[in-house]
Design a protein around this ligand. Sequence first.
Ligand SMILES: NC(=O)c1ccc[n+]([C@@H]2O[C@H](COP(=O)([O-])OP(=O)(O)OC[C@H]3O[C@@H](n4cnc5c(N)ncnc54)[C@H](OP(=O)(O)O)[C@@H]3O)[C@@H](O)[C@H]2O)c1
Length: 301
Amino acid sequence: MLLFSCAVSSAQAPASVPPNDWAHTVKLNNGVAMPLISLGTWQYSPAVAESTVRLGLSLGYNHIDAALDYKNQRSVGKALAEHDRASYFLTTKVPSRTSASSAFADTSKDLAADLEQLGLSYVDLMLVHFPPVGNTLHCAAMQEQWRALETFYRAKKARAIGVSNYCQSSLRCIARAANVTPAVNQIKYHIGMGPDPIGLRSYGDRLGIVTQAYSPLGDGTGELISGPLVTGIGAKHNKSGAQVSLRWVVGHGVPVSTKSTSASHLTANLDLFGWEVSAQEKEALDAATSPKGHPSFMCDA
Ligand SMILES: NC(=O)c1ccc[n+]([C@@H]2O[C@H](COP(=O)([O-])OP(=O)(O)OC[C@H]3O[C@@H](n4cnc5c(N)ncnc54)[C@H](OP(=O)(O)O)[C@@H]3O)[C@@H](O)[C@H]2O)c1
């Protein structure tokens, strides 16, 4: 198995960033501390993205998850501009590219567009949003795209870089040419998929890549909010079904991105620490096979 051969472990944060001292963080493979809970912005109109980010930051969120593809980053940036840059952690993404000859230039443009739209001089975490369809076929383009992220990182425009929706095959592809090991692989991860779907989380653990969960509430099924398994367990702890679903994720040491437009839901979703489900309840949640989900919408293995 080919692993990342030359992991960078000493990225320099921009001089203006003080050491992270938040209570609930995970240390990435370059030493950067990433807050465990991030507020997502997928599917929000620009106006909703702006008001939700503003609300989330006022309620104590210190990690926002954005993407070029969400087409609302100018509004996210407006809400961020009301806060001291060092008080929050910003993750964003660039879409995948399939042409090896233009992937570096196109991705470099996308990286610059992310900064320009957000109104920032650097981001905390920059991700490649997803591998191209048939990532084996497009491996050279993926390697060129990763080279663009490494260049961005070395220019100190991102404090850490990573990927999203990458399977083992995608990670192996970029490892063959990478100088920097991805810090994060953001994947779909929720109850019903088991704690180590397709072995991807343990694979990331072995390489020093932090698995981060998206769609932790099950992608619109409602089962992980109001279904009998999570609400039954929640009732015993005076917690909601959604809180049980989110607690299951962080209980596995997996940072999570979740979203809500409701102040009460946002507040509840920060209450994931200082309590836990019993061993027996955890076993039942680990064993659940519904709702179904796959870690990536772009590759299988
Ligand atoms: N990398 C990728 O390809 C990718 C893919 C998908 C998502 N993501 C990221 O991950 C973020 C989260 O995933 P997601 O957007 O699928 O959302 P999610 O957090 O799994 O679910 C959000 C839904 O759950 C509801 N909800 C949230 N908290 C609740 C609570 N305490 N009680 C009851 N209902 C609650 C929300 O409704 P209310 O507004 O009514 O509370 C909303 O409809 C995204 O926004 C995005 O930033 C990344």
